[in-house]
Design a protein around this ligand. Sequence first.
Ligand SMILES: Nc1nc2c(ncn2[C@@H]2O[C@H](COP(=O)(O)OP(=O)(O)OP(=O)(O)O)[C@@H](O)[C@H]2O)c(=O)[nH]1
Ligand SMILES: [Mg+2]
Length: 193
Amino acid sequence: MKNIEFVKSVSVLNQLPVTELKEIVLAGRSNVGKSTFINSLFKKKGLAKTSSTPGKTRTINYYLVDSKYYIVDLPGFGYAKVAKKERDYWERLLITYFSENKNISRVIHFIDSRHKPTQLDVLLNDYLKELNLPYIVILNKIDKLKQSEVVQCKKDVLKQFPELSLGDNLFLNSSIKEISNKDIYSLLNNTMI
Ligand SMILES: Nc1nc2c(ncn2[C@@H]2O[C@H](COP(=O)(O)OP(=O)(O)OP(=O)(O)O)[C@@H](O)[C@H]2O)c(=O)[nH]1
Ligand SMILES: [Mg+2]
């Protein structure tokens, strides 16, 4: 098991760390399970703060793995209760983070398997393509689905994002039941070696 430690939370543009280390970034809607995924992947309950109500992560959080690379947990988007001013600020922070960062080695775009990809998911996907950033998609919380719904959900996502292929750059995940964690874990490790 890899060693992971919390390094810093960033809420202001000029606090983005100046570093050569590569970053794996977790992005996606609020409440989709990004922070929980870190705890589940590294078997460290409570390392990343999670909540059943959306909008828990409000800063860009850096976690260092084996002193070699960062896992970066982003605030979720689409959280309606945040004041517009604060949302605009986050948006600028995230745009700067993505567009000025040369260290991103992979973005993990989390999509809630219980819903079709939203307009915001399409925007994020477009944006990642525009910036030429390598990404994978995780369909999360599949423990909540019946088998027939899993089939439908895969169909919906592949229709929206035809460049994806299961097991290659598309994964089904449940952090609660630890489904597919191993696949993603080895994929990330191979990326970072
Ligand atoms: N059933 C199920 N619930 C999950 C799973 N992953 C996370 N959750 C739950 O979803 C809720 C949100 O999880 P978070 O990890 O805080 O979500 P987040 O994407 O970090 O949310 P923000 O910080 O608001 O962006 C929590 O109640 C988690 O317990 C999963 O795989 N299955
Ligand atoms: Mg979070």
